[in-house]
Every structure is written in C-alpha cells, then in structure tokens.
Design a protein around this ligand. Structure first.
Ligand SMILES: [Zn+2]
Length: 266
C-alpha cells in the first residue's frame, strides 16, 4: 500500500465544520461559537456563508480552494481563505490542531508496525497483482468522525475515535481500497463497497485482533447499515472464496464478476 499521512489546516477546519455535531470536544464546541459569530457578520454574503456551513462536502470545496487555479483569483475565494486563516489563529483551533499532530504520530507508528502484515493479508485476498495508487491521507481530529476517499485527487480525509483495537488502520485500509477499486473502473459501486467492508471492516479486523465476529464488535455494529443485507447474501460465497475452494476463487476480480452475475443480488 502506498499511503502517506499529512495534516492540513484547511482539511481539518472543513472536517470540524462538517462533523462538529457528532463531537463532545469542548474546544470544538467553543470554536463553533466563534464560527457562528463570523457567519453572522457575513450573513448577506451567501458564498461566504456556504463555506462556513456544515453540510458542504470537503471534497467539493478543496479542489476549488487548491486544485483549480481558475478560482484562485476570484475575490470571494481570497476572502474565504483569509477568514479561514483567522480561524486558524484562535486558541481553540491551535489546540485541536496540536492534538491532531499527536494523533498523526501515533497513527504513523501503528501503521508502520502493521504495514507488512496488512500488505501480506491483501496479497492473499486479491490473489492478483493490483495497481497501488499513491494516496495522501489528511488526518483530522480523532473526535471527528471523518472518512472519505477522493480518488480523483489521490487524497482521503480520515479521523476517528478508536472504537475497537486497530480501528484506525482498518479504516485507513478501507479508504485505500476505495482508491484501488476506483482505478479499475468496475461499475457496480455498491457491490465493490460490500467487498471492501468484508475485506477490511470484517476480515482484516478479525485478523489483526486474532478474534472477533462478522458485522459486530461486542455491541457495536460494523459497516454501513444499507450494505449489510447484501453483505449477508454474499457471506457464504465469501467464506468459500477465502477457503479457496470454488471455481470463482481465482482472484478478487473473478470473484466480483461471479457476484455480479448472482441471481440473489439482482
Ligand atoms: Zn467506504
């Protein structure tokens, strides 16, 4: 796997704006009061307001802020960057940022300690040489539930509480698999997402912990609710695939094609 970790203040702030409602973190709550005041100041400027709202997708904003040069000269973008930079200077943001840096170094170490194990695990699952795209994972604060891969920009956003052991590296592998499968242009996105959850959220979690069961850890449900029904249909075939004892078991792509043709999934 070709993964790099980074912390970026813009990404961190976008993630705070989007996910602060899910967090009890006091600095995040205090910072959001300040953001609210700034938003009121610009209540006539819809564009500025949008950039301080929590229902905007960071992946939509980031290319506008960084990748697409044509937007950079626009006065509104210059202003929104200035507003963001003022938020960076607040003591609340500074603290959240520092804690994110600590999260990054812990995660880097955990990643390095387990990288070989995960690579070998994936080789056994794929049974085929896969293209490993470069992916930069921008970490956000662990009190924010962020996790999303933007394959087109070779980046992902990630941050989360460790709900069970190895939680973070399991989900970083999950995001990375999105970027691998995306590069293959397979068209059944739901099926791919089910496979990713079976591989990482379930099989890899159990492999790293050397114990556990599918779809839950103690009382915590694992994986997206809307995928579970399909995953349960796939499960018996998946178990056979893992045991390597059926005709569709050549590699993960032949297995995907086999599943696509399955009557139960139509
Ligand atoms: Zn996913």
């Amino acid at each position: 796997m070709n993964v790099k970790f980074d912390v970026d203040k813009y990404f961190l702030l976008l993630s705070i704006l989007k996910h602060h409602n899910y967090s009890e973190n006091k600095d995040i709550k205090r910072l959001m009061i300040k953001v609210k005041n700034i938003k009121e100041k610009y209540s006539d400027d819809l564009f500025i307001k949008i950039f301080l709202e929590n229902d905007v997708e960071p992946g939509f904003l980031l290319p506008l802020l960084f990748c697409d040069k044509k937007y950079k000269i626009d006065r509104s973008f210059v202003l929104i960057k200035k507003i963001y930079e003022n938020i960076f200077k607040t003591k609340e943001f500074q603290k959240i940022y520092q804690e994110t840096i600590v999260f990054q170094s812990k995660l880097k170490k955990e990643w390095e300690d387990n990288r070989d194990f995960i690579n070998k695990f994936l080789d056994n699952i794929f049974r085929k040489k896969m293209i490993m795209p470069q992916l930069t994972i921008y970490l956000t604060h662990p009190d924010l539930p962020s996790g999303r891969c933007y394959s087109n920009y070779q980046m992902a956003i990630y941050g989360h509480k460790e709900e069970w052991p190895y939680y973070n590296i399991v989900y970083i592998t999950h995001e990375y698999l999105h970027s691998i499968f995306n590069s293959l242009n397979l068209n059944n996105k739901k099926l791919i997402h089910c496979l990713i959850e079976l591989i990482t959220d379930n099989e890899l979690r159990i492999a790293l912990n050397k114990k556990g069961q599918y779809f839950k850890d103690k009382n915590i449900k694992i994986g997206h609710d809307y995928l579970r029904k399909t995953e349960k249909i796939i499960l018996p075939y998946w178990r056979k695939y893992l045991k390597n004892n059926n005709k569709y078991n050549k590699n993960i792509i032949t297995f995907y094609k086999f599943l696509k043709g399955l009557k139960e999934l139509k």
